[in-house]
Design a protein around this ligand. Structure first.
Ligand code: NAP
Length: 327
């Protein structure tokens, strides 16, 4: 198999002095989020590690010892909208700027059964999209007040699907209340939602100096997909060594590169709202396999501006930013 090209941030981007800048990274205790945080701290930034498990964040952050920058761990459970609101309150009491918001955390519910967040949202889309939607909306004023601020949200190659099967949103049933639940379709839909949200937000924030992007990080050797039932866990444990040796997967450090490019490079703000991707053997469309910073998604449902606006209007209601009742 031909060796893949891994995209990496350039020297100039990797050596920027981030002293005085403040970042939030969700899911910062593991995988892509941990490595994104490590680089930001290495370059002198202050990173608020937004973690569901504070102890896990503290534990991993010990490996940043001796870095130029600083960090703090704050609790954030994206499966609980009150936790999102509490996080924003704590953050804004302590910080008067936000240079970069990395909406990185995510999961796929492999239990085989539909599960819901504390607020009754289906968990995969609830954590990957709705929790981050509320978080971002509540931080918009601060982002606008900070010069050249950026927001990145994690998508996935899965959102692209295949020429015969493109994931799309079901706005009438985003939470799988009236459809049979299936893990990967739900994950694909959640990542269509994050891709659309970055696009819609860029449109809404045009001229404010805040830029956005969605990202496929690569096939990361992280803790992703570690849940699920006994059969799934056993299958993953058997297959993981093969995948890791195959050259198809990326280290978490490599998988952090695309988020770092969006957060730090001089070029990324020229493409606000775009989709950025590491190269990936998992694209079913041959022309996409090399990825791109940025690249065009092959999924028409993930670049449908009308759908993006409808999604955001509905999301505002579902997360409690607007009343669902008739005026
Ligand atoms: N790995 C891949 O190949 C791949 C491919 C495409 C896209 N992605 C996306 O990349 C992002 C990072 O994934 P990863 O590979 O780094 O996986 P990971 O190692 O499993 O990290 C996921 C992070 O999300 C956090 N998280 C899960 N539920 C949360 C919640 N309710 N509230 C707050 N944080 C929560 C996890 O916290 P805990 O440690 O407490 O569970 C963990 O820190 C995800 O959005 C994923 O969808 C990954």
């Amino acid at each position: 198999m031909a060796k893949r090209t891994i995209r990496r941030i350039d020297e100039q981007t990797a050596s920027k002095d981030l002293s005085g800048r403040v970042y939030i990274v969700t899911g910062a205790n593991s995988g892509v989020g941990l490595e994104t945080t490590r680089q930001l701290v290495k370059q002198g930034g202050h990173v608020v590690m937004a973690c569901r498990r504070v102890d896990a964040g503290e534990q991993e952050a010990r490996s940043f010892a001796g870095s130029k920058g600083t960090y703090e761990v704050m609790r954030l459970d994206l499966a609980d909208l009150q936790s999102v609101r509490d996080f924003v309150t704590t953050f804004t009491e302590a910080h008067d700027r936000l240079d970069g918001l990395a909406c990185n955390a995510g999961m796929v519910n492999m239990s085989g059964e539909r599960q819901v967040t504390k607020d009754g949202l289906e968990t995969t889309i609830g954590i990957s999209y709705f929790g981050h939607f509320l978080l971002t909306e509540l931080l918009l004023d601060l982002l606008k007040r900070t010069e050249d601020s950026r927001m990145v949200i994690l998508s996935s190659v899965v959102h692209a699907g295949s020429p015969n099967n493109r994931p799309q949103l079901h706005l009438d049933d985003l939470n799988y209340e009236s459809r049979p639940f299936s893990a990967f379709p739900a994950y694909g839909e959640a990542k269509v939602a994050t891709t659309l949200y970055a696009m819609e937000l860029a449109e809404r924030l045009g001229g404010t100096g805040v830029t956005t992007a969605s990202v496929h990080p690569g096939w990361a050797r992280s803790n992703f997909g570690g849940g699920g039932g006994f059969v799934m866990r056993t299958a993953m444990a058997v297959m993981r060594p093969f995948f890791n040796l195959s050259g198809m997967t990326d280290s978490s450090e490599e998988s952090a590169q695309t988020s770092l490019h969006v957060l730090l490079s001089d070029d990324a703000p020229n493409h606000s709202g775009a989709y950025f991707s590491q190269s990936s053997v998992l694209y079913r469309d041959r022309e996409c396999k090399n990825g791109g910073w940025p690249m065009e998604t092959p999924n028409p449902h993930a670049k449908d501006r009308g759908m993006a606006r409808e999604l955001v209007a509905l999301s505002r209601k579902l997360v409690g930013l607007e009343s669902t009742s008739a005026p």
